[in-house]
Design a protein around this ligand. Structure first.
Ligand code: TTP
Ligand code: MG
Length: 349
């Protein structure tokens, strides 16, 4: 079975955050870098797509950027604000799947192999949630591994969605310059050039022995496999969740017990899915209800053993729910699973 990996990369990240906080900059050439003064030293961290049209790009001296477009708006780098936005994005991603690898301030991998929805649907949900909660856009790549997902996210920008399947390797991967492979930097690029290799396809024409002789066993093997779209590396997840929760606010306050119960069952199912996907068990189930007058009640049940059984957790959730006096209309219902512990590792099936 193939894995399904997403790579999410924010569009013109620093510049987009600046445009969001100063909407008068939307549609304008914005250059973020250094102290934001093109007459002082410093390089471009990023440029809005409008500025890129003038040939301005990351790592270019601010002075050069100014020469290319003196009308551009130059702004200083404000890491604190970008980090805060980055955290919001990562939180959304972790809610979709706990198997998230945080790669940098504006990118992450997400393993969605065990989510029973299409990659497109999941990506649309990610995009709309990021847009709602941060006002920003991202591009998403889908592939059977990190290597191809990362290449895919870069193929259509901004706000793109690109899928590369294993059959596409020849058509999509081989025409690309070799440095597009994650792990091929300028040094390798130069070494390959001296061997007459510029494209991934040309790299793929070399034997494993040739590559190992030129680059050593580990890196030579990496190049051999990468040029064929092969990448078995797993996501590196550092995240230890403290709770998994799902809640929903009704469009209109609800007076029917059955409706709330049905919603609670759905939310519980969702929470259990996330739990299982992370290979986690929970020992405490809490249900939260908010009434139309905003009075909020929670009820908890502790289990003897940690569990990831949907039935057990649903029963616990309903035991909580039944302890809530249902005399007013309900505005919100939610379930939270806490006292988490690692289950035995899930096997790939
Ligand atoms: P990138 O994802 O490479 O660039 P980007 O998000 O600005 O644009 P794109 O739409 O092409 O993805 O980098 C993310 C952020 O990292 C970027 O907004 C600014 C910062 N950065 C630097 O500070 N210096 C650099 O040389 C690069 C490449 C990025
Ligand atoms: Mg980006």
């Amino acid at each position: 079975m193939f894995r399904r990996i997403l790579h999410i990369d924010m569009d013109a990240f620093f510049a987009a955050v600046e445009q969001k906080r100063r909407p008068e900059l939307i549609g304008k050439a914005v250059v973020v870098g250094g102290m934001g003064n093109p007459f002082h030293r410093g390089v471009v961290a990023t440029a809005s797509y409008e500025a890129r049209a003038f040939g301005i790009h990351s790592a270019m001296p601010l002075k050069t950027a100014y020469r290319l477009n003196p009308q551009a708006v130059f702004l200083p780098v404000d890491y604190e604000t970008y980090t805060a936005e980055s955290r919001k994005v990562k939180r959304i991603l972790r809610e979709i799947s706990p198997l998230m690898e945080d790669v940098g301030i504006d990118e992450a991998f997400l393993d969605i192999s065990s989510i029973r929805r299409s990659s497109l649907e999941i990506s649309q949900e990610i995009k709309s949630r990021i847009r709602e909660e941060t006002g920003l856009t991202c591009s998403i790549g889908v592939g059977p591994n990190k290597l191809l997902a990362k290449i895919a996210s870069d193929m259509k920008k901004p706000d793109g969605y690109t899928r590369i399947s294993p059959e596409d390797v020849e058509k999509v991967l081989w025409p690309l310059p070799a440095r597009k492979l994650w792990g091929v930097g300028p040094k390798t690029e130069a070494a390959l050039k001296s061997m007459g290799i510029e494209r991934v396809g040309e790299l793929a024409s070399l034997t494993r022995d040739t590559l190992v002789a030129a680059f050593g066993k580990a890196y030579g093997t990496f190049l051999y496999e990468a040029s064929r779209g092969i990448d078995e590396t797993l996501l590196v997840t550092f995240w230890e969740p403290k709770s998994v929760s799902r809640e929903t606010t009704f469009q209109r306050d609800v007076g029917h017990w059955q409706t709330v119960a049905k919603t609670l069952a759905g939310l519980t199912k969702e929470a259990v899915r996330v739990l299982r996907q992370g290979g986690i068990r929970s020992k405490t189930v809490t249900v939260k209800v908010r009434f139309s007058d905003f009075q909020t009640l929670t009820r908890s049940v502790s289990l003897v053993h940690g569990t990831d059984s949907e039935e057990e957790i649903r029963k616990a959730a309903f035991a909580c729910f039944k302890r809530i006096d249902f005399r007013k209309r309900i505005r919100l219902v939610g379930v939270r699973l806490t006292h988490l512990e690692k289950a035995a590792p899930i096997s790939e099936s």
